[in-house]
Design a protein around this ligand. Structure first.
Ligand code: SF4
Length: 325
């Protein structure tokens, strides 16, 4: 299977503004890596689930991949091109092939434009249709394809429910026939009853349009349902990555084990609940050793000093933990 996205050592650093005291002593403000040394690849037609607690860097990673945020270091190879240093003109071309659906369908749509106007704007920008007739037919086709009606094209966003608005956002994303769709918590703002319909829609569109999908969620059941592979993030780093089966059946990293212990399993009852002590440490603090040390139920003395590298374990499974040696 062709690799469509290759990410190597990606970092996104933020600097905290320095205060008068640090300026007096000529100290620079603290910095944090919201995304820290992230490496992974994505194959054509594959769905990669990205999970972790809120604030772990999932959304920053997705926006850095889209080049909505500037990466501090690392490379992003998309469809064989290094897009890390692309200028605005090349980025516009690149974004035709890499689209994003955001968590909040309410703020993603312009309340003053009809659905037809919003979709037409995107389709015209990327020159998908030749004539106005073709454009209007294509918009109506897209709306029907995502489970709405052709007559919905001339309504404003306020006429739709949350689930319907997310369908409109999905229609706008697939309108330009992208190769990669990044869905950032696309169902977490929706009622549980609507979530399954949106997940099924994404799955159908993925197969029909031969899309690759990066699916971001803090909800592990949702990620398990839709993903071929899963990457688990903690404090900006991927700590474990493998097939969905590897991650859910044989998690190795103590953080993954703790996350999964909270997910009810219908087949085998609830797993032994491990729980995670406390909150993640401040990302502005300088860490030595393993970033999960302060909360890890399996920590060993050397974990505090030695940072575990990203080990390859088997063909697809990678873990960042001294236990995997
Ligand atoms: Fe826990 Fe040590 Fe593994 Fe970190 S390296 S997750 S502290 S066992």
């Amino acid at each position: 299977m062709t690799t469509i996205l290759q990410v190597e050592g990606l970092r996104k650093e933020y600097r905290k503004a320095s205060n008068w005291l640090s300026r007096l002593f000529k100290q620079s403000g603290a910095s944090l890596y919201a995304v820290d040394d992230v490496t992974f690849s994505l194959r054509a037609g594959e769905t990669l689930g990205l999970v972790g607690e809120s604030g772990c860097g999932k959304s920053t990673l997705s926006r850095t991949l889209m080049r909505l945020y500037e990466p501090t270091a690392g490379t992003i190879i998309f469809l064989g091109e290094n897009i890390t240093a692309h200028g605005q003109k090349d980025l516009r071309k690149m974004r035709k092939n890499m689209q994003m659906v955001f968590q909040d369908p309410y703020s993603s749509l312009n309340p003053r434009m009809t659905v037809r106007e919003m979709l037409a704007e995107t389709i015209r920008f990327h020159q998908i249709c030749q004539t106005e007739k073709e454009l209007n037919e294509y918009i109506e086709y897209l709306l029907v394809r995502v489970g709405l009606h052709a007559r919905d094209a001339d309504k404003y966003p306020k006429a739709f429910s949350g689930g319907q608005r997310q369908r409109i956002c999905i229609a706008r994303a697939i309108a330009v026939k992208p190769k990669l769709l990044i869905a950032d918590e696309p169902v977490s703002a929706l009622d549980v009853s609507v979530q399954a319909h949106i997940l099924n829609l994404l799955e159908d569109l993925k197969n029909e349009f031969n899309l690759s999908l990066i699916f971001i969620s803090h909800d592990l059941s949702v990620v398990k349902y839709i993903s071929d592979r899963v990457a688990v993030m903690y404090l900006g780093k991927i700590v474990e990555m493998g097939t969905t089966e590897e991650i859910f059946q044989k998690p190795v990293h103590p953080y993954t084990q703790a996350l999964l212990s909270a997910v009810p399993r219908i087949d085998q009852g609830v797993r032994e609940k491990i729980g995670i002590e406390g909150d993640p440490p401040s990302p502005y603090e300088q860490h030595t050793g393993c970033p999960f040390f302060s909360r890890c139920p399996k920590r060993m003395p050397h974990c505090e000093r030695e940072t575990p590298p990203f080990y390859q374990s088997g063909e697809t499974h990678q873990i960042r933990c001294h236990l995997s040696v």
